[in-house]
Design a protein around this ligand. Structure first.
Ligand code: IPE
Ligand code: IPE
Ligand code: MG
Length: 240
């Protein structure tokens, strides 16, 4: 599907993506799981281009979860190295396209220092870019994010009665990030797997069987088309 049939006045301001199915895609072709991650890079950058094309302001992708450390050590190592490599190879291109890069997730000792440095460099390089904020969730867990927010609130000494939903939202990893309007998960699994637990409260969820390495901007447009057919009520009732 092209972008032509979309209502450009109702493009979701923030789209979040669970890039799932790389391993199964590779296995189905007799390849090692890591090949699926490698091919997934093409999908990611086509989706970034598609999002830029139609004016999506915020795009957030799940790259590595707090649970993904449970994978075999060589796959974890591959993913750490690969993410660093992508950052080095792609940051200038993203910068030229006016994309602001950000990260959400825990900066704990398991994340190599060199990768953290590359992340900081990419954030710094692109910090003033106006076109789109591209957030990479890395060593990210929704529960960990809420725990970290609670810790920060307690450390600030605020009294319990003054804690509101706004307080929590302001202590999340990126307080400027709006809640996603649309969450897309590829490859058939219908769960959030600990992605943006707080932020997804009222997002429209879209699941597709397309595996991430095969996902392209056309699939993104299809998801947005489905989103535009939905009625968001936020707990209220339709006006008479
Ligand atoms: C998503 O693909 C990428 C990461 C989780 C890093 P998977 O590696 O989960 O692929 P499947 O779900 O096993 O096919
Ligand atoms: C979610 O996918 C994490 C990422 C895409 C980075 P998983 O493949 O890790 O999730 P589960 O294990 O199927 O729930
Ligand atoms: Mg998976």
């Amino acid at each position: 599907m092209g972008s032509g049939s979309l209502d450009l006045d109702r493009i979701p301001a923030h789209i979040a993506c669970v890039m799932d199915g790389n391993g199964r895609w590779a296995r189905a072709r007799g390849l090692p799981r890591t090949e699926g991650h490698r091919v997934g890079e093409e999908a990611l950058f086509d989706v970034v281009e598609g999002a830029l094309e139609i004016g999506v302001g915020w795009l957030t992708v799940y790259a590595f979860s707090t649970e993904n450390w449970r994978r075999p050590a060589d796959e974890v190592r591959f993913l750490l190295d690969f993410n660093e490599d992508i950052l080095l190879r792609r940051r200038d291109e993203l910068h030229e396209r006016g994309v602001r890069i950000r990260f959400i997730g825990r900066r704990d000792r398991r994340v190599p220092r060199r990768l953290l440095r590359r992340m900081d460099e990419a954030v710094e390089l692109t910090r003033s870019n106006p076109k789109m904020t591209f957030t990479v969730a890395f060593n990210y867990g929704g529960r960990a994010e809420i725990v970290d927010a609670v810790r920060a609130i307690v450390a600030s000494g605020r009294s319990a009665s003054r804690i509101t939903e706004r307080t929590v939202a302001r202590h999340l990893y990126d307080p400027e990030m709006p809640d996603p309007d649309l969450m897309i998960r590829t490859s058939g699994e219908c769960r959030t797997s600990n992605f943006l637990l707080w932020e997804l409260a009222y997002s429209e969820l879209y699941f597709t069987d397309v595996a991430w390495p095969d996902f392209r901007r056309e699939h993104l447009f299809e998801a947005i088309g489905a989103y535009q057919d939905r009625e968001r009520r936020f707990g209220a009732v339709e006006e008479p």
